[in-house]
Write a protein that binds this ligand. Structure first.
Ligand SMILES: C[S@@+](CC[C@H](N)C(=O)[O-])C[C@H]1O[C@@H](n2cnc3c(N)ncnc32)[C@H](O)[C@@H]1O
Length: 215
């Protein structure tokens, strides 16, 4: 029996996605926004989960399992729906650590409560504050998997914080990259040490190549 197949986890995930659907119904989707106003933008959306889709959630679990991720960094935790998928993958990979990031305190509380309900809290640290600061320190030496799902205009600076620690073959999933053309340009250039493809609904999947290719 895997964590993924435990009925408690699937029913929690199903319920959270149903609530996310209801919360988003009629609301404008998260959109591109200027770098200087992202804090205000997300403060207005603090009661909305803004989660990945169920298909992307499954994909996160599958990809994190496939690369046997033990060390995951998530930019943009919100209510922790994506985090549940990634933490379940860590558990099913035999353990590890996920560092999340979120600056809305009420969202951090909800994410922690969801992780506790799934019995996954021991694998996850959610850093409180702007990820530009919280992900700039105390990172694991090696990162196997990254989810970029915070302010779209920060994907490139957040990648820069993590890049040196990405192991060869590390995967990066970036959601809503239509709003991050500078990020897409970086990861689609093999000269920068990545191989990358767009897929599904506005998601970019990238792999870090070996260090030699990156130089
Ligand atoms: C799209 S939602 C994340 C959804 C989550 N990944 C999921 O699928 O369940 C983006 C979240 O990132 C947070 N966020 C955006 N920019 C951030 C930043 N610079 N630092 C910390 N949190 C940030 C927002 O408050 C919001 O909750």
């Amino acid at each position: 029996m895997t964590t993924w197949t435990q009925p408690e986890l699937s029913s929690l995930i199903d319920r959270l996605f149903a609530e996310a659907d209801a919360a988003e119904a009629g609301g404008a989707r998260a959109a591109a926004h200027a770098p200087e106003d992202y804090r205000q933008y997300y403060a207005r959306l603090k009661d909305r989960p803004l989660s990945v889709t169920p298909a992307t959630g499954k994909l996160l679990y599958m990809l994190a399992r496939a690369v046997r991720a033990r060390s995951i960094v998530e930019f943009g935790t919100s209510f922790g729906i994506s985090t549940l998928h990634l933490a379940a993958a860590l558990r099913d990979n035999g353990g590890g650590r996920l560092i999340g990031s979120e600056f809305e305190p009420s969202k951090i509380a909800r994410a922690r409560s969801n992780l506790a309900a799934a019995g996954l809290s021991d694998l996850v640290e959610i850093r409180d504050g702007d990820a530009l600061h919280t992900l700039a320190r105390d990172l694991p030496d090696t990162i196997d998997f990254v989810l970029l799902d915070g302010a779209k205009t920060l994907y490139l600076p957040i990648l820069a914080l993590l890049e040196d620690r990405l192991r060869s073959g590390a995967l990066i999933v970036a959601d809503n990259t239509d709003a991050s053309p500078d990020y897409v340009a970086r990861v689609r250039s093999v000269a920068n040490g990545y191989v990358s493809v767009p897929f599904a609904d506005d998601v970019e999947l990238s792999m870090r190549l070996g260090a030699a290719a990156a130089r």
